[in-house]
Design a protein. Sequence first.
Length: 186
Amino acid sequence: MRILIGVGVVWILDGLEVTVVGNLTGALAKPGSGIQITQSQVTGFGGAMYVAGACAGALFWGWLTDPFGRKKLFMITLAVYLVATGLTAFAFEAWWFFLFRFLTGFGIGGEYSAINSAIDELIPARLRGRIDIVINGTYWFGAMVGALLTVPLLTAFPAFLGWRLAFGLQPGTSAWSTFGTTGDQP
């Protein structure tokens, strides 16, 4: 049960992360944001880099799961995701932003592999569909929290700081809630 709660929490964090990025596209493109990037670059190429990273991460981490163990690789992919998201707050050029979006996706892709295989392995067949819907549905709760989080950050802080705080706060919140739920130490 602890594993499933931890998996659900991570899914919430993924929904939070994706929504925060979507809400920040306008702030990133504003003059004075501290980064020369257009809104279409954030949503277009930045989104493509995130998805490419997620696909590469799912393949790479999924391949390593059996030889090294799901729990260990899940924690590593979580760390990759948290570090890459945090580093996005320090992007000062568009290409850094794209690199960190790729690495964020790379970590999340590994998480997706671990989460869905954990559901398949730990849940009895008669409950698997319902539990899968509940856990994967937590993503949308994270999306709601992400939408609510960005409003004060983008309105109360200057253009160069609000989007950086949104990216910078995610890893701390994510690490605390994930490790606090699963009982593991970072």
